[in-house]
Design a protein around this ligand. Structure first.
Ligand code: F6P
Length: 322
């Protein structure tokens, strides 16, 4: 392997640029040529591939988003698209592909790696923290801090008006962002997909919370097409018409912003780990960090959908929100 290709795919995440920088610089340091592939797997199919030097990645460690752009590629889901991608990699002399992305992106990398017996290495780039085998994913810490900052502000107005706020956060099917941002912001409850909080439970909780000393209350709700913050707000409005209920859906502001030091370090360490993995002949693995050690996690494990949320945290939130 003489040349490494890098791409970012799926939802962007703060820290992706730090990861691109790390792979590029570590690759060059270790004698590889490095090529940047624009617009994720779509760019691989459309041959949007450019040589990368250390200058291409200077001054980006602190930038949110991804300088390589990102996409959720439909073309890469087809055998014809992957065939074209493979031909372009061969023509560019790329022998290893580093994919920075979340569950969907690493699933795509896994299929491609098996189909063409190609060396693919993944970096966990997603705000959702839903990749198995790594304690944290690149972007998760930054997003959690962004949510906490937003909730701090919402609390000011919630208290002034004595209102109940349902704040909806991202996370797709995982409750890591909701659960941990609720603890960090001192919210009264979190509604997460991993715990079936039914509306009655919620209503009882509201009654208990409001009857005590608290006159305002913040509930963090994991996004869900069927029962997001609007759904819960509507139910509470019906059952407790006296409460003044508001909804705040934080949306894509959660994905932007300068990465925290934690995410920059995670991206830098796993980026260097990706180049080491390629040199060691590792393939079809995601580089993660567990208990402060670099780990190589087979794609088949990384994309498991059952990364456990620590359910003891529910107790922490419950006890601290009385
Ligand atoms: O996977 C990252 C994520 O931000 C999820 O939390 C969210 O459900 C989704 O992407 C939103 O995707 P899009 O930016 O395509 O609307």
């Amino acid at each position: 392997i003489k040349t490494i290709g890098i791409l970012t795919s799926g939802g962007d995440a703060p820290g992706m640029n730090a990861a691109i920088r790390a792979v590029t610089r570590s690759g060059i340091c270790n004698g590889f040529e490095v090529k940047g592939i624009y617009r994720g797997f779509d760019g691989l199919i459309n041959n949007e591939i450019r040589p990368f030097t250390t200058e291409n990645v200077s001054g980006i460690i602190m930038q949110g988003g991804t300088i390589l752009k990102s996409a959720r590629s439909k073309g890469f889901m087809t055998p014809e698209g992957r065939q074209k991608a493979y031909e372009n990699l061969r023509n560019e002399g790329i022998g290893a592909l580093v994919v920075i992305g979340g569950n969907g992106s690493l699933s795509g990398a896994r299929i491609f790696a098996e189909e063409f017996d190609f060396c693919c290495v993944g970096l966990p780039g997603t705000i959702d923290n839903d990749l198995y085998g790594t304690d944290s994913t690149i972007g998760y810490d930054t997003t959690m801090n962004t949510i906490v900052e937003c909730v701090d502000r919402i609390r000011d107005t919630a208290q002034s008006h004595e209102r109940i706020f349902f704040v909806e956060v991202m996370g797709r099917d995982a409750g890591f962002l909701a659960q941990n941002s609720a603890i960090a912001s001192g919210a009264e409850a979190a509604i997460i997909p991993e715990d079936s909080t039914d509306v009655d439970q919620l209503a009882r909780f509201m009654e208990r919370g409001i009857r005590k000393s608290k006159k305002s209350c913040i509930v963090i709700v994991s996004e869900s097409p069927k029962c997001g913050a609007l759904y819960y707000a509507e139910r509470v409005r019906k059952e407790f018409p006296n409460y003044d209920v508001r909804v705040s859906i934080l949306g894509h502001l959660q994905r932007g912003g300068r990465p925290t030091a934690h995410d920059r370090i995670l991206a830098s360490r796993t980026g260097v780990g990706a180049v080491e993995a390629i040199m060691q002949g590792q393939r079809n693995i995601m580089v993660g960090i567990r208990n402060n050690e670099i780990v190589y996690v087979p794609f088949s494990d990384a994309i498991r959908t059952d990364k456990p949320l620590d359910m003891k945290l529910i107790k922490v939130l419950d006890e601290l929100s009385i």
